[in-house]
Design a protein around this ligand. Structure first.
Ligand code: BG6
Length: 491
């Protein structure tokens, strides 16, 4: 089926941090691809803002290089690359200085298109930038701001950032990105749940035994040590991506797909999370940090070596056992884990159903394995439903556990669009369904802050784990204590 691409009205996109890593790796390739699909209309303009002066030609060379490195085969389309270079220019600007946005004001002058300000910067610049944009008179009622996670490093700093954003922009003009929400399969989770009659009746504690959410990476922290060492896996991955995925699995059906309907339901889940704090963190959480070793045949440094420190207490792995204390999910554990330098690059949600109540077929004391629905976010997006079937042929009733396996690449062929392509266009169009609302971000911190505080109080260093493993042995014990194992599809 041909995809439906609806062009968006011309806009001015202003990217703060416009020569930075995120802009180069994600935003410019996303814009190129949206242009290739015919979604960008004249006279859409792109302004990259950075602190240092840079000639337009030097910026265009940087942009061309970013596309060549990060846009794959799409960068071979010279005409499209040329169009993007034409649209883009560099403006030196510093929102933290008096008069620091004068050049930007002059560059934008005369444009009447909708203005979107994308803050691909550190979160401590979010507030000052919003304030400076307003003070310099660069905003009108349609202007919008897009900010990246993490929003702050705890509930208090997030509230301060949100206050500053809210003083310059109405809440429905603030687009807080969690790029996991823009992933194709995450959207499919909603389709799976709410466009099929099959699953919703059994999507509850009467039929679901446990839920597992894994976001595993094989890479280390690389050059992001400066940011990462002050954050750690709990703030970097759990506060946002893991909890957002949990919300989409656990939320009630929203009244509609309108942004606030969906976000109201996610918020209820966040408010229902059973608190983890000093009293239970030792039983319900595991922290790890990768040590030196070999991964994929090559030697790899320890985390501390990689970030150039002698030692660090920052976790690069975490596992949590989370409860959702509401009518639907009471008693169903949600096991979450995420880490760097793990055995495989894979992100999955696995819904483990209960076993059949009565073992009709001989399959050992435990009876046949339970059904499992696995939603694979990456790398090869798809959905697998594990069922018991009879092994074909004579010789009695032998059963097998086999998957109904749908790979999206095989089923649909077409290139899956990157999360940033979708989210950028949604922000321009003003559709906030896939963005986090202020109260969601703050509710997520209310769950995370006590875990962080408990870890500090416990004062235990993260447990070392070998690169290429599945994290510290304690993560295995966390789930095995409950008589369960991590999803066998992955390990
Ligand atoms: C980011 C984190 O939000 O997500 C990174 O800051 C992480 O540490 C990344 O590597 C993972 O995203 P993806 O889309 O590659 O799974």
């Amino acid at each position: 089926m041909a995809s439906r691409v609806i062009p968006v009205d011309p806009f001015d996109l202003v990217v703060f941090g416009g020569t930075g890593d995120l802009a180069r790796r994600k935003l410019y390739p996303a814009l190129l691809r949206r242009d290739l699909d015919g979604q960008l209309v004249e006279p859409t303009r792109i302004f990259a803002v950075g602190r240092k002066p840079m000639a337009d030609d030097a910026f265009r060379a940087l942009l061309r290089d970013a596309l060549a490195t990060h846009a794959g085969a799409d960068a071979a389309d010279e005409a499209a690359v040329g169009r993007l270079l034409e649209r883009a220019r560099y403006v030196a600007g510093d929102p933290t200085h008096e008069g620091g946005l004068d050049r930007l004001a002059a560059a934008l002058d005369g444009g009447t298109a909708l203005r979107a300000f994308y803050l691909a910067t550190a979160p401590d610049l979010f507030g000052p930038t919003a304030t400076a944009l307003k003070a310099r008179g660069l905003l009108d009622a349609r202007s919008r701001i897009v900010v990246e996670k993490p929003i702050g490093r705890d509930g208090a700093s997030a509230a301060a950032i949100n206050d500053a954003l809210g003083a310059a922009f109405a809440e429905d003009r603030i687009f807080r990105i969690d790029h996991y929400l823009g992933k194709e399969t995450v959207q499919n989770l909603m389709a799976l749940r709410f466009a099929n009659a099959l699953f919703e009746p059994i999507w509850n504690s009467a039929h679901v035994d446990n839920v597992q959410i894994t976001v595993a990476e094989t890479i280390g922290v690389g050059s992001r040590g400066g940011y990462y060492d002050g954050a750690g896996a709990l703030r970097d991955m759990a506060q946002n991506h893991l909890l957002q995925l949990l919300c989409l699995v656990a939320m009630e059906p929203p009244a509609s797909l309108a942004a606030d309907s969906v976000r109201d339901e996610k918020l209820k889940v966040l408010k229902s999370l059973a608190p983890i704090g000093a009293a239970n963190a030792a039983q319900l959480t595991v922290r790890g940090q990768y040590r030196a070793g070999t991964a994929e045949g090559a030697p790899t440094p320890s985390y501390a070596e990689e970030i150039g420190k002698e030692a660090s207490d920052t976790e690069t792995f975490l596992a949590l056992k989370v409860g959702v204390a509401n009518w639907r999910w009471a008693g169903v554990p949600f096991y979450l884990r995420s880490g760097k330098r793990l055995a495989r690059h894979v992100s999955e949600i696995a819904i483990g159903f209960r076993r059949v109540p009565h073992a009709l077929f001989s399959a050992g004391a435990e009876g046949p394995p339970a059904n499992r629905l696995v939603i694979r976010l990456q790398p090869d997006e798809g959905i697998k439903l594990w069922l018991m079937i009879k092994e074909p042929g004579p010789g009695g009733m032998r059963l097998q556990h086999v998957p109904l396996d749908m790979s999206f690449a095989q089923a649909f062929g077409a290139r899956r669009i990157d999360a940033y392509e979708r989210l950028l266009m949604d922000a321009i169009r003003g559709d906030a369904t896939l963005f986090m609302r202020r109260d969601e971000v703050e509710a997520a911190w209310r769950f995370i802050d006590p875990i962080e505080a408990a870890w500090r109080e416990m004062g235990e260093p993260p447990k070392p784990y070998a690169p290429g493993s599945w994290g510290p042995a304690a993560a295995t014990s966390l789930i095995e204590r409950d008589g369960r194992t991590w999803d066998g599809d992955i390990e």
